[in-house]
Design a protein around this ligand. Structure first.
Ligand code: SF4
Length: 692
């Protein structure tokens, strides 16, 4: 019997799916297992408290390793083993790595989501992470996150067998971006420098014990790391692995093909496949981590070395260099908070990132680019591998699986999806079946309006040339004031960028528009920090709830207004159902920055590799689709169930263009009203509000 692999983007979406299975008629007799990361499933509190997924993974694997080593050692008694462990500061295997088959039987007997799996694991003192993986072969339905399915190595180590099975990919509108994201690797100057430091010290300490071949590989990796630092503007002699100084280069971002980068980085005669095999077999990343913990905690790399040691060997020179980076960081007020940089403790596995980057460089020259991002300081500079051909990593899935179902509420435009992912992965057109159905709501619950002018009669056009003009912001203010007067409960406004949202908000503040808006709505803004999103949403929702309990008659306040940004923290994964989003306003068309080197490269790649079937180039189509996908994602936040209703205002005359309308989902474009005069649009919205 084929198995079904259901995957989605987040753990909460998977949990929601599992809860639906529980409620369904199959809930009683289907064998379901949910997979998650160690971070989600680990029940060993001393490991969990490490916080970051890298550290949890490393510690767990280290414990399994210690156990294996111990079991294979000469059979000394338990007391002696304990003594040895104490001396070496090691712990034995995890105490919860037990009762795995029994736990697995229990898991398959009843449908459980991740939280319930953890509770069960705690009750049985059995590890849910290994227990759920053990359950895969006997399960009929496996729920798993995207990266477990889409990343080949993760798929293989998790024991997922796709041959002859069915794969369901939910929220598939994200698929191309997700595959690109999973396989695009970035390493920062700080990570390179830390990996360099750790490896230098490791090789110096174990010089006499390491095999000559291993020492050669370590030297090659050090050579590569040194050249990465030089690429980012660091200074040092190319034939000397011990002296490096902080870079002072100017800001510059440029792209290179993989081959050009290998040449620039002095790696053209290094066999990356052999290095990759060495890294895999030797577990050097884990060893370095353990080494740093035992002998050179990463945090002490930043302390000021004494003057004598400063003049000495490689490790101290590197320490000085790292200390300069640290000082540089500290001079940037609040930089750590703004950039969300990891604390030194969290980022103690820099070599893992280096390994992933080296692996990415083994891709074919045409399938990727290297983005060299030089900033004033090395710690802020980075190297990024950009995957241009996501189909490369999807090919195996579509070839092996019996069927792949890609489902999503905002899959439009589908043609690009087929070209870039399916055809490019070798899928025959006759194997593809498209199915699209309308929304669950009746047509009268949705009023999409493309509005071409404001209350003063001026055309609304939020393109780059016009959006900063004062009259455009004045018209925007008038539209919002009118809508807020008319629509009770929640109104969400999506701006094309953070910068424009800030500019408009400032203008509204200075010109008194904000005061007028605040008469009817409490105004909220998307916060800068992701950690504040929940608080803002909770306050927004409470405000609407308060107004609702008074029947929206507690004049003058009738609800809340939320300013958010397309592609921001609130444009995906957050639902503005019912009164949270009775009206969604999309300000302009959020085209991405055409000057971005990465976007340009992607467009050039598509122009060179994809068929030119219409009047437009594939690169141009991709550029336009990026914009429409972002629009669809944002407006799809409202109307979340069959009794929901909302008005969607597309505020820009460019929405009148047939090619723009064609990029909207059918359930919106079928009802779209293009209205040139604001008065007519206002009348239509009022009529719908009165009848709803
Ligand atoms: S074996 Fe399981 S419980 Fe133990 S550390 Fe690893 S993930 Fe955590």
């Amino acid at each position: 019997v084929p198995q079904i692999y259901y995957c989605s983007r987040t753990h909460s979406q998977l949990a929601q799916f599992v809860r639906e299975v529980q409620k369904s008629p199959f809930g009683k007799d289907v064998r379901v297992v949910s997979l998650g990361s160690r971070q989600n499933l680990c029940i060993n509190d001393s490991v969990r408290k490490l916080g970051s997924s890298h550290l949890i993974n490393d510690r767990c694997l280290e414990m399994q390793n210690n156990k294996k080593k111990e079991e294979s050692r000469d059979k000394c008694d338990e007391a002696e083993r304990k003594q040895k462990r104490k001396r070496k500061g090691e712990s034995a295997g995890c105490p919860f790595h037990q009762h795995i088959p029994t736990y697995s039987d229990e898991v398959l007997a009843e449908v459980r989501d991740i939280e319930q799996l953890v509770v069960k694991g705690r009750k049985m003192d059995a590890c849910p992470y290994y227990g759920t993986r053990y359950s895969i072969p006997a399960a009929q339905l496996v729920a798993l996150p995207y990266n477990t399915l889409l990343h080949r190595h993760t798929r293989e180590v998790s024991g997922i067998k796709l041959a002859g099975n069915v794969v369901i990919i939910d929220e598939a509108h994200n698929l191309v971006d997700t595959i690109t994201g999973i396989h695009s690797v970035e390493i920062t100057g700080g990570q390179i420098a830390r990996a360099y430091s750790q490896l230098t010290q490791y090789s110096q300490r174990y010089k006499s014990r390491l095999l000559a071949t291993n020492l050669r590989y370590i030297k090659q990796i050090l050579h590569v790391l040194k050249h990465f630092i030089l690429c980012l503007g660091g200074k040092g002699k190319t034939n000397d692995n011990t002296s490096l100084t902080q870079c002072t280069s100017s800001t510059e971002v440029h792209l290179q093909t993989i081959n050009d980068f290998l040449f620039t980085a002095g790696m053209d005669n290094i066999n990356l496949f052999k290095i990759q095999r060495y890294c895999e077999k030797s577990h050097i990343s884990r060893k370095l981590n353990g080494f740093v913990e035992k002998y050179q905690p990463s945090v002490t790399l930043y302390t000021v070395p004494d003057t004598k040691s400063n003049t000495g060997g490689g490790a101290s020179s590197v320490s000085k260099f790292l200390q300069q980076i640290k000082q540089g960081n500290q001079q940037q007020t609040g930089e750590t908070q703004q950039s969300g940089e990891e604390s030194p403790h969290q980022s103690s596995s820099p070599f893992m990132h280096i390994e992933a980057f080296l692996l990415a460089l083994t891709n074919a020259d045409k399938d990727g680019r290297v983005v060299i991002n030089k900033q004033g300081r090395l710690s802020q500079s980075s190297l990024r591998f950009l995957l241009l051909n996501p189909a490369l990593h999807f090919r195996e899935i579509v070839q092996q699986a019996r069927a792949v179902i890609m489902a999503g509420g905002t899959m439009q435009p589908v043609s690009e999806f087929k070209e870039h992912l399916l055809f490019a992965a070798g899928v025959e057109p006759q194997r593809i079946t498209e199915f699209s159905c309308g929304h669950v709501i009746p047509g009268c619950n949705l009023l999409p309006v493309a509005l071409g002018s404001g209350p003063a009669g001026g055309a609304v056009d939020f393109s780059y040339e016009h959006r900063n003009k004062e009259y455009m912001m004045v018209e925007l203010g008038r539209v919002l004031v009118n809508l807020c007067n008319l629509v009770p409960a929640g109104v969400c406004v999506f701006f094309p960028s953070y910068e424009y949202e800030r500019q408009v908000y400032k203008f509204f503040e200075d010109s008194g528009v904000l005061k007028r808006l605040s008469v009817r709505k409490q105004v909220f803004r998307e916060p800068k920090k992701a950690s504040q999103v929940d608080q803002v949403l909770s306050d927004y929702s409470k405000c609407i709830q308060r107004c609702k309990t008074q029947g929206y008659k507690a004049m003058p306040l009738t609800g809340a207004l939320l300013f958010s940004v397309v592609g921001g923290k609130m444009s995906e994964g957050i639902n503005f159902s019912d009164d949270l989003g009775r009206c969604v306003v999309m300000v302009g068309l959020p085209y991405p920055n055409i000057k971005s080197p990465e976007l340009k490269e992607k467009m050039d790649y598509l122009d060179a590799t994809m068929p030119h079937t219409t009047g437009k180039s594939p690169g141009q189509i991709h550029y336009e689709n990026l914009c429409m996908k972002a629009v669809n994602q944002s407006i799809g936040r409202a109307i979340r169930h069959k009794e929901d209703y909302a008005t969607i205002v597309l505020l820009d005359r460019r929405y009148f263009r047939p090619n723009v309308c064609a990029g909207l989902p059918n359930w919106i474009s079928a009802h779209l009203q293009t209205i040139s005069k604001f008065g007519d649009a206002f009348g239509t919205i009022r009529k719908v509000r009165v009848s709803s």
